[in-house]
Design a protein around this ligand. Structure first.
Ligand code: INI
Length: 160
């Protein structure tokens, strides 16, 4: 019989930071609201949540890594929107955010969640920011809670 490890979706006492980019704020503000709402509905104390605004998606990894390195957070959620139609250097910004977030998480051992929308058009981005295709900020918050609890399970199998 295998041993299954699964993180619950109960936030409990976990401490979260959110880094959100100002670029495309029309999209990123609803992502932030979705993330906060989901954290709250899963039991997190919003008074313990830190929100850091950064200029653009390209800056997300550094700010997230710095927050993770403080040791004050169990997970850091990165929220941004990179839209190809408006970005000639789309691959550079989106790729930099993605690879930087991966490195930051692996370097610090703290879950750093990729809640960055990458789309061709602003309409597609809006669909993923609380309209017909859900809210990627909310999805990112769920991923943060689940990953924190999964890591706790690995570290101490009776927890999380
Ligand atoms: N930043 C974004 O978050 N999304 C974008 O679509 C975008 N565009 O279009 O360029 C963008 N650029 C800014 C970038 O993230 C940095 O803030 C900037 O290059 C300074 O380092």
């Amino acid at each position: 019989m295998p041993t299954y490890l699964e993180g619950s979706l109960v936030a409990g006492d976990a401490r979260f930071a959110i880094v959100v980019s100002r670029f495309n704020e029309l999209i990123t503000e609803p992502l932030l609201n979705g993330a906060l709402d989901t954290l709250k509905r899963h039991g997190a104390d919003l008074d313990q949540v830190t929100v850091a605004w950064c200029p653009g998606a390209y800056e997300l990894p550094l700010v997230a890594k710095r927050l993770a390195a403080t040791g004050q957070y169990d997970a850091v959620i990165c929220l941004g929107a990179v839209i190809r139609g408006a970005t000639y250097h789309f691959e550079l910004v989106a790729g930099g955010a993605g690879s930087g977030i991966t490195s930051a998480a692996l370097d610090t051992g703290v879950p750093i969640i990729f809640g960055v929308i990458t789309t061709d058009t602003i309409e597609q981005a809006l669909e993923r920011a609380g309209t017909k295709a859900g809210n990627k900020g909310s999805d990112a918050a769920l991923a943060a809670i689940e990953t924190v609890n999964l890591l706790r399970q690995i570290d101490a199998p009776s927890a999380g």
